[in-house]
Design a protein around this ligand. Structure first.
Ligand SMILES: *[C@@H]1O[C@H](CO)[C@@H](O)[C@H](O)[C@H]1NC(C)=O
Ligand SMILES: *[C@@H]1O[C@H](CO)[C@@H](O)[C@H](O)[C@H]1NC(C)=O
Ligand SMILES: *[C@@H]1O[C@H](CO)[C@@H](O)[C@H](O)[C@H]1NC(C)=O
Length: 299
């Protein structure tokens, strides 16, 4: 963890002790099974499919009228979230299937971790668009091509968020890491709990081939399926900051333990070499004269 953030957490921890609120800390682990135990289906055309073994699959649809969405019942301050998704098949151009963590509204500046799957015309590849907002500002887009057809079967997409880093994994392969460089003045989400949302929406003004290809509504409704939602994290109540100090949180808490350190480096390098199609940190048209965001020059 960045020293400044660590110092802040320590201060918060001390003040928590002083006010006898250490009991506010709780670590929760929940997984698999009944999606509706952990997720609220919020709006739009949705389906709830029940397996014979009690597992549930949520189908989010998009029709001419509206998209649809769900949200986790719990908000977390640092978490590992895994969910299996099968994306809209066929001509999915214009559709965007999204899972994202977003902070609660009571704070002034918002934090957000986004995975957006941009649909495409039949036979053309999806784009996995990722972005990270911290202290209210985003603009940290990195995009990937997947190495499989994400519409044929379920694949596992994961966000690991701890006080050192944010890690994005696909089928347990690390593809993106965003480190906490708070000490160098780069904002990082460390103060605000976030909730997971899943949404299917229409974004044909920009999503597919830069907005040139529009949604073919004759194919509607479009449906993406979600199952096996698993979340492990700190569920804050009272003083949120003590979450970063939880020694019992398991190995999601230590990003290095998610995947062996050497293996993780290899995975990240391979994702960058083979699957990355856009990185804001190398977009010199967007950041002329070397004016890249600070984190781009940090390890
Ligand atoms: C699945 O189970 C939930 C609650 O357990 C119920 O509300 C829903 O109607 C069921 N869906 C089907 C398709 O049986
Ligand atoms: C966070 O946002 C506030 C308000 O927009 C700004 O004044 C501050 O400089 C930002 N902090 C960092 C580290 O970017
Ligand atoms: C869709 O397919 C085209 C052609 O292969 C590709 O250029 C584009 O990046 C793909 N993805 C999106 C979201 O447009």
């Amino acid at each position: 963890m960045a020293p400044a953030a660590r110092a802040h957490l320590l201060l918060a921890c001390l003040s928590a002790l002083a006010t006898a609120m250490v009991a506010a800390l709780s670590s929760v682990a929940a997984g698999g099974g009944r999606m509706t135990d952990q997720l609220d289906i919020l709006w739009g055309p949705t389906q709830l499919l029940n397996d014979s073994n009690g597992d549930q699959t949520i189908g989010l649809s998009l029709d001419r009228v509206m998209g649809s969405g769900f949200r986790s019942k719990t908000s977390y301050l640092f978490a590992r979230i895994d969910v299996d998704i099968k994306l809209v098949p066929g001509n999915s151009a214009g559709t965007v299937t999204t899972v994202y963590l977003i902070s609660e509204k009571q704070w002034k500046t918002h934090d957000e971790i986004d995975l957006e799957f941009l649909g495409n015309v039949t036979g053309q590849p999806y784009t996995l668009h990722t972005n990270i907002f911290a202290n209210g500002s985003g603009g940290r887009e990195v995009q990937y091509r997947l190495w499989f057809d994400p519409t044929l079967d379920f694949h596992t997409y994961s966000i690991v968020w701890n006080s050192d880093e944010i890690l994005i994994l696909v089928d347990d392969v690390a593809i993106r890491r965003f480190k906490n460089h708070w000490d160098a003045g780069v904002p990082f989400p460390v103060y605000q709990p976030m909730r997971l949302n899943g949404v299917l929406w229409d974004a044909d003004d920009w999503a597919t081939q830069g907005g040139r290809v529009k949604t073919d509504w004759s194919q509607a409704p479009f449906t993406a399926y979600f199952r096996n939602y698993r979340a492990t994290g700190c569920e804050p109540s009272g003083l949120a900051w003590v979450c970063g100090q939880d020694p019992a949180a398991g190995n999601w808490f230590d990003g290095g333990a998610v995947v062996d350190g050497v293996r993780q480096q290899e995975q990240l390098r391979e994702a960058q070499d083979r699957y990355m199609i856009y990185n804001y940190c190398t977009d010199s048209a967007r950041f002329p004269d070397g004016g890249f965001p600070k984190e781009c020059g940090l390890p």
